[in-house]
Design a protein around this ligand. Structure first.
Ligand code: ADP
Length: 634
């Protein structure tokens, strides 16, 4: 075992241990002193001799407003020589950005430096806090160079020993599919180890809007919406241009409702009724009571609290499969400190590492196959959490897995202009809003396919649009959107615009009022039944009013608008599986011992995934993979 270079960490040690490592030149004319620093064991120590002085900060309390996943206010109190306190006023969703809010300020105070690693899975929040602290320290008198020097100060870590772990079933990735597989395997009586790259469960699933498509065939709700499992199949299959594997699509839609019942049996709560999620094509999405995807993980966490047979191994990255005599028997991983952790399975291994939305190289490479999008380079943000880099796809390809439909990459027209995340989205359901370009005109069927909407957005000036809606679903101002944000807060933060009249809203949006008024008037005409040709407008929109008749056009002020841009959301290509979630190789044979579920797999959704089907996918195929891996014997 490698020992911590200095035996301990903490302020006192830092103040003592630094002298030889780094000194930073701060204000001239003051008494010299050293700045605490350290270097991560295994990393190159910071070099150079720089000096620092007393009085590096102007004592006081400073505030900066920054954007993490949401808007945050960071307040830093400093004495002349020390950072004394950091407060983060935030609306981060529990289980999403919160771990960063807890750990980043504490670590900065501890090391009196800014060389803090982002909390994996909470990168936006981590970076937001770091940016806020930097901004406050600038206000306290530090130059950019001095801030850069503070960023070199890191905490020492102790490298842990290599380990070998065993379980019946090994699951890689603690997102929606991985956790569904893990709980299912546990319910089958298996001991399970879940390997997760970040410090928490959730993956992209926890960042989603939470909508899950499922038809409770024959129920009052399904009958009222003229919906059926067959309708769900047809819309999924045709919505993906019939490129999806119809056997897998049947599995998806036929097992969707039992997936919801399974979640309910674990204690998960859903709102009554269904709604149409953007790109969902039909009202069949079930909305969890908890915001975003947090309800799923609250449920899985509660299961973990009462079932010790699932062991979560966090901050550990799967690197390659262990293959013995052609059978996948485990996985070799790298632990947080660079140590090797080998995890062996007596039964099967489930791959559930999600897609590659955050791997720009892969995005560009595979977009080249279909050339669907004008570009997927770094100029296009993503809704995805930073760990979603296609690791599982690369690992599976290395042992001969067949990759299918890798060029099918989904973008949404709903990204936050700064971060690409779905937060700050003011819509509640398709029926209640329109998309308006910077000229004040509608340009697409807002109830249509996600790819068509986003391709149309790429054609608009500056590739930007506003979501425009009225106050029907925002009567009080404190109502929350899908992301647990209130419209009042979004307006206060400048992330949404609010005006009593459409003329005033147009002025805030910077679009010609005449165009916006005409656009809304025309749209409202269709909400009231349209013209002689029936309830279809020039873009082919058919979803105008919701089933309660609440949203019947944009009539009632105050009116709201929020700016949105294209954002990479879901990668539909990936590892080929069969109906039992067994991974297939390039010769059409099963790879024994390896199962996969969720976004890491390909070929279910085809060229375009219906909104609300990804969570269905995680639950349905996560459960199938969990069962198949439990039943597998070598
Ligand atoms: P899905 O919706 O398919 O379940 P998610 O994005 O929700 O996918 O979850 C995928 C999870 O896999 C994330 O928590 C991510 O951090 C994790 N992950 C990705 N790559 C690795 C890896 N190499 N090792 C371990 N976990 C990984």
């Amino acid at each position: 075992m490698k020992k911590n270079l200095f035996g301990r960490t903490g302020k006192r040690f830092m103040a003592l241990g630094l002298t030889a490592m780094l000194t930073v030149s701060l204000f001239a004319g003051c008494t010299k002193k050293t700045v605490p620093s350290n270097s991560q064991s295994g990393a190159e120590p910071t070099t150079g001799v720089v000096t620092t002085e007393e009085g590096k900060y102007t004592a006081g309390t400073y505030t900066a407003t920054v954007t993490g996943m949401h808007e945050m206010t960071v307040t830093v109190t400093v004495s002349e020589t020390e950072i004394l306190d950091i407060k983060v006023d935030h609306q981060e969703t529990p289980g999403v950005g919160e771990p960063a809010v807890e750990s980043i300020p504490a670590e900065i105070l501890d090391i009196q430096g800014l060389g803090v690693d982002t909390v994996s899975g909470a990168t936006l929040t981590s970076n937001g806090i770091l940016e806020g602290v930097k901004e406050c320290l600038k206000q306290a008198g530090l130059s950019d160079e001095e801030i850069e020097n503070l960023a070199k100060i890191k905490k020492a870590v102790e490298e842990e020993e290599d380990q070998e772990l065993t379980a019946d079933v090994v699951v890689i990735g603690a997102g929606g599919a991985g956790m569904a597989a893990a709980v299912t395997a546990s319910q089958a009586g298996k001991k399970v180890i879940v390997i997760e790259k970040t410090g928490k469960m959730g993956g992209n699933t926890i960042l989603s809007g939470g909508a899950l498509n499922a038809v409770d065939e024959g129920s009052e709700t399904a009958l009222a919406n003229k919906d059926s499992v067959e309708n769900h199949f047809n819309q999924t299959f045709e919505g993906g241009d019939k490129e999806g594997d119809s056997v897998l699509v049947h599995s998806l839609v036929e097992n969707a409702w039992s997936g919801v019942e399974w979640l309910k049996s674990l204690g998960m709560e859903f709102n009554d009724g269904v709604f149409t999620v953007t790109g969902g094509m039909w009202p069949r999405a079930h909305k969890p009571v908890e915001p975003e995807g947090t309800g799923f993980f609250k449920t899985y966490q509660e299961y973990l609290n009462t079932h010790s047979e699932i062991t979560m191994v966090y901050n550990t990255t799967a690197k390659e499969f262990v293959v013995e005599n052609g059978v996948v028997t485990g996985v070799v991983c790298t632990g947080k400190t660079g140590n090797t952790i080998t995890v062996k399975a007596s039964n099967g291994v489930v791959l559930a590492t999600g897609g590659f939305g955050q791997n720009i190289e892969m995005r560009i490479k595979y977009n080249d196959i279909t050339k669907k999008w004008p570009t997927l380079d770094e100029s296009i943000p993503s809704t995805n959490t930073s760990g979603i880099t296609g690791d599982g796809i690369i690992m599976a390809e290395a042992i001969g897995a067949n990759l299918v439909q890798m060029g099918n990459i989904q973008l949404l027209p709903l990204g936050d202009p700064k971060t690409g995340s779905l937060s700050g989205n003011i819509e509640h359901a398709v029926e209640s809003r329109i998309f308006v370009n910077l000229e004040g005109n509608r340009f697409v069927n807002e109830g249509g396919r996600r790819d068509e909407m986003t391709l149309a957005l790429f054609e608009q000036p500056e590739t930007k649009m506003y979501i425009v809606m009225d106050s029907d679903t925002y009567k009080e101002g404190n109502e929350l959107n899908n992301f647990g944000e209130s419209i009042a807060d979004l307006v206060a933060a400048g992330r949404a615009l609010k005006a009593d009249t459409l003329e005033e809203l147009a002025a805030l949006m910077g679009v010609p009022a005449k165009n916006l008024l005409e656009t809304v008037e025309n749209y409202n005409r269709y909400c009231k039944g349209g013209d002689a040709e029936g309830q279809t407008d020039e873009f082919g929109r058919i979803l105008f009013t919701d089933t309660d008749g609440v949203n019947n056009g944009i009539n009632n002020g105050p009116f709201y608008a929020a700016l949105r841009v294209p954002t990479v959301h879901h990668t539909m290509g990936g590892v080929q599986i069969n109906e039992q979630a067994q991974v297939m190789d390039t010769n059409g044979n099963v790879i024994p011992g390896l199962f996969a579920a969720g976004e890491v797999t390909g070929g279910i959704h085809g060229s375009n995934r219906l909104g609300g089907n990804a969570l269905t996918d995680t639950v349905v195929f996560g459960r199938i993979a969990g069962t198949s891996a439990s039943e597998f014997t070598k």
